[in-house]
Every structure is written in C-alpha cells, then in structure tokens.
Design a protein around this ligand. Structure first.
Ligand SMILES: [Zn+2]
Ligand SMILES: [Zn+2]
Length: 345
C-alpha cells in the first residue's frame, strides 16, 4: 500500500470516528487497547508492516522451497554491496542476514524498490537468526565466509590468499565443509611441506592448491575466529536439560490422557535455518556464548539443603498491604534474599 493511500485511510478513520469534527483523543490513544483507554482502532501502518513482513519471511525460506523470485532477489541483493565493504567474489555472498555484509538500500541504490522495502522492513523489525543455543546441524550449515558469528576482535581471514583458495579450489562454502576440510586425515607419509606426496595433499594440489598444509592451517585459523556459540568443536555443547526418550514417550501419553506434562527445558535450536529466524531480536540481548547449563554437579544436587523462610505482613484488609520476607540458605550464601512486597505482588 502506498503512503498516500495509507494516509487517506487514516484520515477516513478519524473522520468517521469524530463525525467530521476535530478529534478529542489522540490517535495513539485510540489505537491502544480498551483496558488502556483506547478503542483498538485499526492501526493501518502496523497492519501494512505485518503484511510486509511476510515477504522477508518468504525470502528467508532457505530450504528446497526457496521461492524462484527469491533466487533472482539473491542475485540482485548480492550484487548491490557497496564497494567499501570489500566483498570480492560472488561465491562468498550467500545471504545478508547470515553474514556481516549489508547491501545498499538507500533510495539511490540500484536495487528494485520492492527489494529495498523488503530489506528495510526486515531491518525495522530486527529480523535475525541468532538462537541462544544453535544445534550442531545449524552451525554446520552457516556460511563460513563473513559469518555473522565471527569475533571481530580477531584477525578475520575472509579474503586472503588461502581464503580464496578454499573458496575457489576447494569449493568450501559452509562451516561444516570447512570443518571437514580441516579435519581431513593426513596420508600415512604426510610431511608439512608444499610438495608432500601423501594422497590428501596430492588431491588438494590437483585442485589448484599451492600448499595444502598452509591452506589447512589458515582454514583452522578462520574457524578459530568464530564465537563460542558458533564453533563446532567446543566441548560442553550439550547439557542434560532435554528430556530423555522415555520422558518424551510419557509426555505423549500424558497429552492423550490429559495428565500433567513434564516441562522440556531444552532450548537447542532446530537444524533448519529457515525455522530459526525471529523478529524483534534485540541485538543487545544476543549473547555469543552458547546458552547451556554449567556442568551438572550431582554431588551438590544430592546435598541436603535447609532453607528458612520468614515473612511478616501488615493489615491484610488494607488495599496496599505491605509485607516483608526473607529467605535464608546459610551464612554468606549469595542466594539469601530479604525483600518487601506490596499489595498483590
Ligand atoms: Zn600431505
Ligand atoms: Zn588450498
């Protein structure tokens, strides 16, 4: 919907509400909920934006059903990166929302206005893929080049001699492919020199690689620039929070019989990039550490624990009754609490 039409509809709504006279209550209040003094009037701008968000959603279907128009959009978007960002070749450009580069979306950009609007809407509503705990499968599929999880304080090697070799000669695109390349088993008689005659080195040289040993070392360095959350090799990737097979089965039966379900606190992402995009992502709340529980200390969990709870309350008939409470675990225990509550809190 064009801006002119949006303004026209807004005007017509106001005219209808106030019977052609000047409005008595601000438009913003009229949009809010009845409980907040509003009348829940149609917010035409928000409705348009919600419809507009369906386009990036469709564009970000990155599995086999990636729409045909989105493939054309990929080409156009990937070609509209400002030169200043220094992204040299087309093969390193996969998707702006998975990588650190951004296309030019100002009105003077060569991108068609429909794609500019799509990207602006995605930016406005902070569409992002940044789950608190990406599954190993998800990490595998991320593009290794200009990976959004790269630690910028490290020496990034997206564009050096070996990066180009890995992209062009070894055809490496994803973190998983890079990891496989780095961990390729050496031949029996491998020597770390450019003319090593072992099978893997010979294979790499046949692809055009000048020095497979140096190339693999650089690849390892590039993987090392990823933040902890996106690395494939870190220990402690999994925790014991997810339900076991037995508990999952019990939950299935409980759902049928209406019995209580056991809460599954596993927050590991799915393995599908498409399913992990979210709107309203606050970049300040995104952590680059993997959200997993610290090592489970069984001994500590079995220790007997005495907790004392004390509370005092004022006149319960009073509307804003005050109460004080304290929870005591032990001397100098950081979990000790003393606090006040008021009314129904
Ligand atoms: Zn070798
Ligand atoms: Zn190489």
């Amino acid at each position: 919907m064009t801006e002119e039409v949006t303004t026209l509809i807004k005007r017509k709504i106001t005219k209808f509400l106030w019977d052609d006279t000047s409005s008595m209550v601000s438009a913003q209040t009229m949009l809010s909920q009845v409980t907040s003094g509003g009348m829940e009037i149609l917010d035409i701008q928000a409705r348009n934006d919600a419809i507009g968000l369906m386009k990036p959603k469709s564009y970000l279907t990155l599995d086999d059903s990636h729409p045909r128009w989105a493939k054309v959009a990929d080409i156009l978007i990937n070609k509209s990166i400002p030169k200043s960002q220094n992204i040299p070749d087309d093969i390193s450009r996969v998707n702006t929302l998975l990588q650190t580069w951004t296309p030019a979306i100002q009105n003077t950009s060569k991108l068609p206005s429909s794609l500019r609007d799509m990207l602006k809407t995605a930016m406005k509503y902070r569409v992002d893929l940044n789950p608190p705990s990406p599954s190993p499968d998800l990490r595998n599929q991320m593009p290794i080049w200009y990976h959004k999880g790269q630690d910028e304080s490290k020496h990034l090697q997206n564009n050096g001699k070996w990066a180009k070799c890995q992209r062009i000669n070894h055809e490496i695109q994803t973190v998983g492919e890079m990891y496989t390349y780095v961990n390729e088993t050496h031949g029996l008689r491998h020597f770390p020199r450019s003319n090593c005659a072992c099978q893997p080195c010979r294979r790499a040289r046949n692809k055009g690689c000048e020095n497979p040993t140096k190339c693999r070392k650089a690849a390892q360095g590039l993987l090392g620039t990823l933040h902890l959350k996106w690395k494939l090799t870190e220990l402690g990737d999994t925790d014991t929070l997810s339900l076991n097979e037995n508990e999952i089965q019990q939950n299935i039966q409980a759902r049928d019989t209406g019995s209580p379900l056991l809460f599954n606190s596993n927050i590991m992402s799915s393995s599908m990039l498409t399913d992990e995009f979210r709107v309203f992502v606050n970049p300040e709340e995104v952590s680059m550490r993997n959200a997993i529980r610290d090592d489970y200390d069984e001994q500590q969990a079995n220790e007997e624990l005495t907790v004392s709870v004390w509370g005092a309350q004022g006149d319960a008939k009073c509307e804003n009754v005050k109460a004080t409470f304290a929870i005591w675990y032990g001397e100098n225990d950081p979990r000790n609490v003393i606090s006040r509550a008021r009314g129904n809190s």
